[in-house]
Design a protein around this ligand. Structure first.
Ligand code: CTP
Length: 470
């Protein structure tokens, strides 16, 4: 096997370092898989039959600009960086390989012992770096066959592989989605059987894999697998609860799970913003909670946007996703996702458009992207009509924005000016005047400038018995 020319020298030198210590040395795991898939990879895992720590120290001496060697005695691993490459070294072991395993590696093993305890056959390929057979592929578990056939399969009994590290069930689905591979039936069935064991995995590890699925070009593939295997129910029950269609009096509502993952696929075509993709996942999340059948109206989901924003916070908290600006953004998108659609109706005033620009501020494009992704009707004419309506709304928004500049808008009269003018401290009257000015501008009653706002301030102050101090 040929390595990329820019990696050749490093890998040869590491093989020589191994020889100096008398260790058979191999490159293994994701790097080898990605080499065959022609995907760029800068994390290089090296395994040797010997001490990974000693090999790392020896290899680092070969490179002038290698970083210092970080040693993890507990895990028996060591790593260093050279330029943009990161090398990690480990001795072959009989213990399961897990980068963050709490268990130290106790028993040394052969290369094959090491390969069999890795997660999937496509990740268990090794290429020798030792000078005498440099470049030879060691494919002990038909990894190449699985790579060629597009199969995710564990090297040994999947129940063993998954009990060594239940996160691998999620990794299986992540790889299937990223690489557009199929799960081998044994692997698929073992995920179903062992799904509840995911409960012992930390939220951070789960969300890292989930985010990788979300960032693939067609994430619905992964979400369908997560649902079908029952994994989704373990860590994201709010989403699995959306599956299903109910019928009453001959009226059905749509399956909100399949709708949601379709919206996610749609948005994946237009944005790489992870949090906007999360907003797509969450936009209807409270539909099961707010669902009612109301006689003449049929199925309703009153206020699902506002309830959905609250559910988003619960989900982010449980999955230990960031609770700062990222969550705020997702909540804002969920809370407002119905608004642009309402603005496509007839007789919508400029002030209604102005209000949404003011409320959404700089996230208006994101909100429009979400609304457009939310059109999943199978009726072509309907989609066409929505599309035209949105285009028209966007034009109106652009025109109003150009004249009023409401993004990141601050009313021309601040609280400080009000307090100074009337010699008052912060309190209710300041709020009353500020609100009146903001509302008058948004409603188009006064123009958006200092002069007009100042006049309105004086007028409003009179009404509440305030007089300027000078
Ligand atoms: N591995 C494993 N079980 C895990 C994690 C990792 O067996 N739970 C092994 C696999 O052989 C994997 C290698 O460790 O190829 C490196 O793991 P990692 O860097 O997490 O993943 P990659 O396979 O390199 O893929 P990616 O970079 O896309 O995460």
């Amino acid at each position: 096997m040929n390595f990329p020319p820019e990696h050749q020298n490093y890998l040869t030198q590491i093989g020589l370092a191994g020889k100096q210590l008398g260790y058979p040395t191999y490159v293994v795991g994701g790097y080898v898989r990605d080499l065959f898939l022609q995907r760029p990879c800068k994390d290089i895992d090296v395994v040797c039959v010997g001490s990974g720590i000693e090999l790392a120290k020896q290899a680092a001496k070969m490179f002038e600009n290698a970083s210092t060697v970080s040693i993890f005695h507990h895990f028996g691993t060591a790593m260093f960086k050279v330029n943009d490459l990161e090398f990690e070294f480990v001795g072959a072991r009989k213990e399961s390989y897990r980068s963050d395993s709490r268990k130290p590696s106790v028993e040394n093993g052969t290369l094959e012992d090491d390969q069999i305890r890795r997660d999937f056959t496509i990740n268990a390929l090794a290429i020798s770096l030792s000078p005498h057979d440099y470049g030879t592929l060691i494919d002990s578990f038909e990894g190449i066959k699985d790579l060629n056939n597009g199969i995710i399969r564990t090297p040994t009994d999947a129940n063993i592989t998954f009990s060594d590290d239940p996160l691998r069930m999620l990794r299986a689905i992540r790889f299937a989605t990223q690489l557009n591979f199929k799960l081998h039936p044994d692997t698929y069935n073992a995920i179903k059987t062992n799904r509840e064991r995911l409960k012992i995995i930390s939220a951070e590890r789960i969300h890292t894999e989930l985010n990788k699925i979300i960032m693939t070009p067609v994430p619905s593939v992964g979400f369908k697998l997560l649902f079908d295997t029952g994994l989704l129910h373990q860590f994201f029950p709010e989403l699995s609860a959306m599956q299903g269609i109910e019928e009453r009096n001959g009226i059905q509502h749509k399956d909100n799970f399949y709708h949601t993952i379709k919206v996610l696929d749609n948005i994946a075509q237009t944005t790489n913003n992870l949090w906007l993709r999360w907003a797509a996942i969450m936009h209807d999340i409270a539909k099961p909670l707010t669902k009612r059948f109301e006689g003449s109206l049929g199925w309703t989901f009153h206020n699902h946007e506002m309830v959905g924003a609250k559910v988003a916070a619960q989900v982010f908290k449980r999955l230990k996703l960031p609770l700062g600006d990222e969550l705020k953004f997702v909540q804002k998108m969920v809370a407002l996702h119905q608004r642009p659609m309402m603005l496509t109706k007839e007789n919508i005033t400029d002030s209604a458009v102005r209000r949404i620009l003011f409320e959404v501020g700089e996230d208006i494009e994101s909100l429009m992207t979400l609304c457009q992704a939310d059109m999943t009707s199978k009726q072509e004419w309907r989609v066409k009509k929505y599309r035209e309506d949105y285009e028209y709304l966007k034009e109106r928004m652009t025109a109003i924005e150009a004249s009023d500049q409401l993004r990141n808008w601050q009313p021309p009269i601040s609280g400080e000016i009000i307090m100074e003018t009337f010699g008052i401290k912060p309190g209710r009257p300041v709020g009353i005047i500020k609100d009146a000015i903001r509302e008058a501008i948004l409603d188009g009653i006064i123009p958006n400038n200092y002069q007009a706002a100042y006049q309105l301030m004086l007028q409003k102050a009179l009404e509440i018995d305030l007089t300027p101090i000078k």
